[in-house]
Design a protein around this ligand. Structure first.
Ligand code: ASP
Length: 365
C-alpha cells in the first residue's frame, strides 16, 4: 500500500505542475523515475518473512491422484518430510544453507523413490548417468557434475567441484576420477539398478519402436507425456542471510548420446544469488536450458523488480510453456519467501519455515 502510495504521489505531483508538451515528456520521464524508485523501495522496505527457510522438490510431471496408491503417496510424503527436516535442523542450529541443501538432497538421492542417486532412470543403453549442481548465493561459486556412473551421491561431487577444484563443471570419467581423489563414496554401477526404472525404459523403448517414423513425437509421447520426472532439488536461506540451491537427477529415461539436461547447468537447473533468490528446477530439461529458467527468475527480480512469485509465474506459466516445455521450480528469496511453481499435474514438494511449520504437496491443488 505504502509503496503504491509513493508512486501515485510522484505521478500526481508531476501532473498538477505540467503545462506544455515539454513538460508532458518530462512527466513521462518522471513516471519512469517513480517506477524505478518504487522498485528500489520495494527492495528496501521488504520485510523478512522468515529468518531462515527451506523448500524442496522431488520432481514434477504427470502425477495424478487417481494413479497413486495410498501406500505410494504415504511413502513419498514420509521421505519428503525426512529430507526437509534434515535441512531444517541444520538451518535452525545456525548451519549454512549450502550444508542444508547438500544433506537434504542426500536423503532423496539415497531413496529409490526419486530419479536421483539410487532410483535414477536408465539411458537407452541401459546405464545410469547422473547429473547434479550446487550454487552458493553469497559468492556465486558453483559446482556441477554430469554423466557420472559410479558416484553414489552426485550432489557431494558437485559440492567438491565447487570447493576443491578450479572448475565449475566436470563430466564422465574425469569427474569420477576427481570424486575418487576427493574420497567420495564410489559404488558399483549395479547400485543404481531398480526394477521399476528398468520397466519404464522397456515401456519407452517399445513405444519408440512402434512410432519409429517420427522420433520427436515418439520421444514426447513415451517419455514426457506420461512421465514423472523425479529429479530432486533444494533451496535454502540460512540465519546469516545466505542463499543456496542444489539439484540432482538421473536425467530422462531413454536418453541417448551422452545427453545432459538442465540439472547440472548453472542458470538453468540451479541458481542462487544473495541479492535475489535460490532456485532449483525440474522438468523437460531441453526447454529449461533454452529458457535459462533458474537465472531468468533471478534476473526478473533483479532487473525488473518483480517479486519471487511474479518472476516464477512469468517463467513457469508463460515462457516455458510458450516454448513447448513443462515442469516446475522451487525457490526461496532473500527475505525467506518460498515459492513452488509448476505447470504439470503435480510436483512432489515441501517447505518448512522458521517456525518449523511443514507443508507437503504432491498434486496441483
Ligand atoms: N530436468 C531433468 C532433465 O531434463 C529431468 C527432471 O527434472 O526430472 O534431465
Amino acid at each position: 500500500m505504502m509503496k503504491k502510495g509513493i508512486y501515485f504521489l510522484c505521478v500526481f505531483l508531476a501532473i498538477i505542475s505540467c503545462k506544455n508538451e515539454d513538460e508532458l515528456k518530462a512527466l513521462s520521464n518522471s513516471r519512469q523515475v517513480a517506477k524505478d524508485t518504487l522498485a528500489i523501495s520495494k527492495d528496501k522496505i521488504a520485510i523478512k518473512t522468515n529468518e531462515f527457510a527451506i523448500v524442496i522438490h522431488g520432481g514434477a510431471g504427470t502425477i495424478l491422484r487417481e494413479n497413486m496408491s495410498a501406500e505410494d503417496e504415504a511413502a513419498y510424503k514420509l521421505k519428503l518430510e525426512e529430507a526437509i527436516r534434515v535441512g531444517y535442523n541444520i538451518l535452525k542450529n545456525g548451519g549454512s544453507s549450502l550444508d542444508a541443501v547438500e544433506k537434504t538432497i542426500n536423503i532423496m538421492e539415497d531413496s529409490p523413490l526419486f530419479n536421483a542417486g539410487k532410483g535414477a532412470v536408465f539411458t537407452n543403453a541401459g546405464a545410469n548417468e547422473l547429473d547434479a549442481s550446487i550454487m552458493d548465493g553469497k559468492t556465486l561459486n558453483a559446482g556441477a557434475s554430469a554423466g557420472t556412473r559410479t558416484v553414489k551421491n552426485p550432489i557431494n561431487l558437485a559440492k567438491a567441484v565447487m570447493d576443491n577444484s578450479p572448475h565449475v563443471m566436470l563430466s564422465g570419467k574425469g569427474a569420477e576420477t576427481f570424486a575418487k581423489e576427493q574420497g567420495l563414496e564410489i559404488v558399483d554401477t549395479s547400485y543404481f539398478y531398480t526394477e521399476s526404472r528398468m520397466k519404464s525404459l522397456e515401456r519407452v523403448k517399445n513405444y519408440e519402436k512402434k512410432k519409429k517414423a517420427d522420433a520427436k513425437t515418439a520421444f514426447y509421447d513415451a517419455t514426457i507425456k506420461n512421465s514423472k520426472f523425479g529429479t530432486v532439488g533444494c533451496a535454502a536461506l540460512d540465519k546469516n542471510g545466505n542463499l543456496a540451491a542444489g539439484t540432482s537427477t538421473g536425467g530422462m529415461t531413454n536418453k541417448k548420446w551422452g545427453r545432459i539436461g538442465d540439472a547440472p547447468i548453472i542458470g538453468a537447473g540451479t541458481y542462487a544469488n544473495n541479492n535475489t533468490c535460490a532456485v532449483s528446477s525440474t522438468g523437460w530439461g531441453e526447454f529449461f536450458i533454452r529458457a535459462m529458467v533458474a537465472h531468468d527468475i533471478s534476473a526478473l527480480m533483479d532487473y525488473k523488480g518483480l517479486t519471487l512469485k511474479e518472476a516464477a509465474q512469468e517463467v513457469i506459466q508463460k515462457k516455458v510453456p510458450e516454448l513447448g516445455g513443462d515442469g516446475g521450480i522451487i525457490a526461496v528469496d532473500k527475505n525467506g519467501n518460498m515459492v513452488m511453481e509448476f505447470n504439470t499435474s503435480g510436483m512432489y514438494r515441501a517447505t518448512m519455515n522458521d517456525k518449523g511449520e511443514l507443508y507437503i504437496g504432491i498434486y496441483n491443488d
